[in-house]
Write a protein that binds this ligand. Structure first.
Ligand code: TNX
Length: 515
């Protein structure tokens, strides 16, 4: 709490600090290619316009960019679909058939005539807009107009991601977070070009998503949380609001229903799912591995089909995450048989299975994705074997990517069972080679999970995310050739004033030369 207060105190000072000129290479995550042309710096004029092609997805990106730039500049920045330039120049968003940019890449060019962002898709243009924002002075993050020289550094950035899946997980089960808090987390993902939000929706301490066919999951199962708080849950409308807000920011929601363990809240609501058919007491502690749904009862599979069916219907993305971790009491063939049945249910719904790497020994199903969360440096023959049988991998090493680990022994919240994770530890590893026997081509991407046993507010979420989330984002986006701790910490330092200006909490990690 003291650290959080100190972070808040500094923000007033940051606002008064003299602006340092931004260089074209000061972007996080580091772009694929940066070609500065200092003679081509451009000053955004008050009458600048945003020119976008009439494509609705492009217009949405243009409107989003305008919303990012209007509050601080106070400029009107009208969005127009004509190609008539404003007198002082403008920002042009264009779609182009350019295979070299890929599905998410963009090219951003700053000349004395203005800015052009080119992408093969609206997603590429969206990421170009995020880069553009970072090229303006930190005061661009101000929610109210400020006087500043809105200069953009001249030159060209050509950019595209290393991995297609880049994400973060928020555990809304241990503590529940309101829709508005989740939307702020999505803002942070979008800013760093992360494209997946994994929501851990169910656990022993609470069930957080309404299921019409099993209503007691939320009326009973949502009323608890770690430490005895009131809990809470999302209605279907709430969840759809999250999904839509994410989609507007080119973020796909990955819903997780954790099975067969981590299910105490479901068993409290529906004792018929429990192995002994007796309701356990509600659980508000932080132990794991004691609960499970009865794998030998057909009713369990009806339950799972109903729940996954309703969640799939609300989720436009291709994924359904079925958990599978720490089911210590469901062993051997009973466990693999259970997983194989659930995998078939997911496939029958037209979705792709994602699960923690404990799923590995179960049989393969088309497209299956395992999420590595081990802490031993990536040694796991079962996971390597599952990959040989066709699985792809999301890499989330507990000792590098877990956002619930403390930064240092005196971090006021968080765990240390997977080690302490300072910013350098979050940055200095390679998702492409981390898991032994798994080739880079089988790595779908990287995700940073935030478990929330000790996290109770948006400020605490932000404190754990920032500045480690940008480190993981860079591992997912940037080519390995740009990987450089010294360069990263310099670039990252410039984001402190941005967060302060935006009113965002962060940890002033001592390894970063904050201005
Ligand atoms: C392990 S990582 C868990 C979670 C806990 C977390 C705490 C994983 C798949 N399971 O249930 O919240 O440790 O760090």
């Amino acid at each position: 709490a003291a650290t959080l207060a100190r972070a808040a105190e500094r923000s007033a000072g940051d606002l008064l600090a003299p602006p340092t000129p931004i260089r074209l290479s000061d972007v996080v995550p580091a772009p694929r290619q940066v070609d500065p042309a200092p003679a081509d710096d451009w000053l955004l004029p008050p009458d600048a316009v945003i020119v976008a092609s009439a494509d609705p997805a492009v217009l949405t990106v243009a409107a989003h960019l305008a919303e990012l730039l209007r509050p601080a500049t106070g400029y009107p920045l009208p969005v127009t679909d004509t190609t008539r330039p404003a007198p002082g120049g403008g920002i042009t968003l264009t779609l182009a058939d350019d295979d070299s940019l890929g599905a998410e890449g963009y090219r951003l060019t700053v000349t004395r005539a203005g800015v052009t962002i080119t992408g093969a898709t609206a997603t590429g243009l969206f990421y170009g807009a995020q880069t553009l924002r970072q090229l303006l002075p930190p005061s661009i993050e101000s929610p109210t107009p400020v006087t500043a020289r809105w200069t953009l550094p001249g030159g060209t950035i050509t950019d595209s991601p290393r991995f297609p899946l880049r994400g973060a997980m928020l555990d809304v089960a241990r503590h529940f977070f309101a829709v508005e808090d989740v939307l702020r987390v999505i803002d942070h993902l979008a800013r760093y070009k992360l494209n997946h939000l994994h929501l851990h929706l169910t656990d022993d301490q609470g069930w957080r998503i309404a299921v019409d066919s099993w209503p007691r999951l939320t009326t009973v199962g949502a009323t608890t949380a770690v430490g005895g708080g009131p809990g809470g849950s999302y209605t279907k409308a709430d969840y759809l609001r999250i999904v839509a807000y994410a989609a507007d920011r080119h973020v796909t929601v990955v819903p997780e229903i954790d099975l067969p363990g981590h299910t105490n809240a479901a068993l409290v609501a529906y004792p018929e799912l429990a192995p002994d058919k007796v309701a356990p007491p509600p659980y508000t502690g932080t132990e794991v591995g004691f609960s499970y749904v009865d794998p030998s009862d057909e009713r369990t599979y009806d339950f799972i089909a109903d729940v996954l069916g309703e969640v799939a219907a609300l989720s436009p993305g291709p994924w359904l995450h079925i958990g599978g971790d720490e089911a210590f009491k469901v062993k051997g063939e009973v466990y693999t048989g259970f997983v194989e049945r659930v995998q078939r249910i997911v496939a029958g719904l037209g979705k792709t299975v994602v699960g923690w790497h404990q799923l590995a020994p179960a049989g393969h199903v088309d497209g299956r994705v395992l999420q590595w969360w081990g802490t031993n440096g990536g040694e796991d023959p079962a996971t390597a074997d599952a990959v040989r049988r066709g699985a792809r991998l999301i890499v989330s090493p507990g000792n590098h990517a877990y956002l619930d680990m403390k930064y240092a022994p005196d971090t006021p919240i968080g765990h240390d069972w997977a080690g302490l994770i300072d910013v350098r530890t979050a940055y200095d590893w390679d998702p492409g080679t981390h898991v032994a026997g798994v080739p880079t081509t089988a790595v779908l991407g990287v995700e940073a999970p935030l478990w929330t046993e000790s996290v109770t507010s948006l400020a605490e979420i932000e404190f754990m995310l920032l500045p480690r989330l940008p480190a993981v984002a860079e591992l997912g986006w940037s080519p390995r050739t740009t990987h450089d701790w010294d360069g990263f910490r310099e670039r990252l330092a410039g984001h402190g004033p941005r967060w302060s200006t935006a009113g965002v909490t962060f940890h002033r990690a001592p390894e970063i030369p904050w201005p």
